[in-house]
Design a protein around this ligand. Structure first.
Ligand code: NQM
Length: 359
């Protein structure tokens, strides 16, 4: 018998991330075995992921697992798995809004759902965070269309838009939107806002960390003392946020903010959590946008926000900006967030893993 086992998958770009997408029944039910299979498929742990299909970066060490939903009113279920190139853990706790953008295209490719018109909208439940969203894709002639004129910073060229409308993001992993119960805390002597509107995040004025906030991602990745201070702060904040010991976790993310430079709302540099993002995560951006409209947060006085119950928040990042359409209620609470991404099927086939894993 062949010493390798073939597992069907589609390799997809979702926003500014990419990775293999699997149908849930194609992976083992047993979680320990499933994780071994995913680690082998991606080539982790190894900084270069040379023996697998991972891209040697956290943004390309991501996996999507999709199934049809039996829940009323829900079309699809998405389980996101974050691997680290050099780590041996598979984290299914947080969500990923970039990989989420590829869920419906993948489901159409694999005939889990059928197009309903020139555009098709499906309701997706993210199993990681028990969160619902509506995703609209372009389906002229009943077929998923990848070509289009939507540009997103952090991915080259243009493609067909994928609209994501998040319905309930507050407290995705934490107990609530403000998991410490306060809009601002002082942790390790630094003023922070601990917040989770889709992604647990610690927000900090960049100057508090001794940087301007306008450095390149590459420069920040080489700043060993910054990384050490950020990690100390992250681990201390995790406890305050009720997340416990997150040494081995991919959250909370650390976001350093400064005034926007290009007419946007705020400028950001995010660590996810040990590498500086070249852009910004999707739910990371929703969470940042939420802090921007929250009086008293560390963004207050730095972010340029308008007034009104519907606001476009432009989050600047190392490779451009990311606009989130926010809907607020009369009390100023964010009730919905929608945004555009793009996605593309890059390859389809089978990923090979050692058969010995199954013995
Ligand atoms: O915040 C990076 C990414 C992400 C996650 C990260 C994401 C999100 O850019 O929803 O998209 O924060 O690890 O893919």
């Amino acid at each position: 018998m062949n010493s390798q086992k073939a597992i069907p998958c589609c390799f997809m770009r979702g926003g500014t991330s990419k990775g293999p997408f699997f149908l849930a029944p194609d992976l083992p039910d047993d979680i320990e075995l499933r994780d071994k299979v995913l680690l082998a498929a991606m080539g982790s742990p190894d900084a270069r992921q040379i023996d697998g299909i991972g891209g040697a970066h956290p943004l390309t060490s991501k996996v999507g697992i999709v199934s049809k939903s039996a829940a009323p009113g829900v079309d699809l279920e998405f389980l996101f798995a974050q691997l680290q190139p050099n780590g041996d853990k598979v984290d299914t706790t947080p969500n990923c809004g970039n990989m989420l953008a590829a869920v419906v295209p993948f489901a159409l490719e694999r005939a889990l759902v059928k197009a309903t018109g020139d555009t098709s909208t499906f309701r997706v439940l993210t199993l990681n965070t028990d969160m619902l969203c509506d995703i609209t894709v372009q389906t002229p002639n009943g077929v998923i269309e990848y070509a289009g004129d939507t540009a997103i910073d952090g991915a080259p060229g243009t493609a067909a838009p994928v609209k994501i409308n998040f319905l309930d993001t507050a407290g995705s992993v934490c107990s609530g939107l403000l998991p410490t119960g306060k809009v601002r805390d002082t942790i390790c002597g630094i003023d922070v806002t601990c917040i989770d509107n889709g992604m647990p995040m610690v927000m900090i004025d960049a100057r508090s960390m001794g940087i301007t906030g306008y450095e390149t991602a590459a420069d920040l990745n080489q700043n060993a003392s910054l990384k050490k201070s950020l990690e100390e702060l992250r681990l201390a904040a995790s406890v305050e946020m009720g997340l416990g010991d997150t040494k081995e976790k991919s959250y909370p993310k650390m976001c350093m903010i400064s005034e926007s430079q290009h007419g946007g709302t705020v400028n950001t540099r995010c660590f996810i959590p040990h590498v500086c993002h070249e852009a910004v995560g999707v739910l990371g951006a929703v969470t940042i946008a939420t802090a921007c409209v929250m009086p008293g947060s560390v963004c207050d006085g730095i972010a340029r926000v308008g007034k009104g119950l519907s606001q476009n928040i432009s989050v600047e990042h190392p490779s451009g900006e990311f606009t989130i359409e926010m809907t607020l209620d009369d009390s100023g609470n964010v009730t919905a967030a929608s945004l555009l991404r793009t996605a593309r099927l890059l390859m389809q086939g089978e990923v090979m893993v050692p058969r010995s894993l199954f013995q």
